[in-house]
Design a protein around this ligand. Sequence first.
Ligand code: ARG
Length: 269
Amino acid sequence: MFKKAATLIALSCVLALSLVMGGCGSSSENAEPAKQASSEMAMVNSGKLTVASDFQFPPFEYMDGSNKTGFSVELVEALAQEMGLEANWLDPIKFDTLVPLVKQGGKIDAAVASITINEERKQEVDFSDPYLDSNQGLAVMKDSNFASQEDLNKAGVKVAVQSGSTGEAWATENLPNAEILVLDDNTAGFAALQSGKADAVALDLPVMQWMVKESYPDAKVIAEIPTGEQYGIAVSKENPELTKKLNEALKTLKDNGKYDEIHKKYFGN
Ligand code: ARG
């Protein structure tokens, strides 16, 4: 309770200060708590950065046996370390429930799931600075006759997408004649493709390329769609201090080479 009140005081100070240059004066009783609150992050579990993902999105966040791993997992470990916190990953949670969970508060500090920063989501949560650029892609089976986006935009063609993803939004908008199959995750999407339940999948290109190469060699990428997406870490709007600290830590990791090291490990460059 106190923390919340102090945060509010801190916020109004910042506002007042920026508006009238002065306001919540240094000599008032408010000065101390306000200062403390503004440099304090309210964590769900103290000393920990409690994070959630779906772990169905290689090479960003996925399960290697019973291990949670991937580019974003390692990035978050490094960010947490930089912030003096311990990364605490919850068990996999469905992708389309992550942003609502962050918004709801109390369970996780942040969602890390290659979440594209967009206006719609920014109404619900705050985002860290972008940490990776991405695009959409379309994949079909190698032995199919589909060769382009236009080939898929036809009645009777089924395109699998992940529920709540930008791939779903893109396909719905750009393949209006096709039937969009909305599935829980992209593993289900590729399974539908292989079994003939879907004719194509639409999802983030780097993940598509990885999945085709590592697990579905009988599928192929037929289109790269330059949507210009950027991934960010989703944080509650109630915790701007955490977003700020994440951004500082991200900058440090970019400056000191740690970000590049992790990138190289997963992408080879
Ligand atoms: N970047 C896309 C989006 O924000 C897809 C992200 C899916 N991530 C995942 N971990 N399944 O909608």
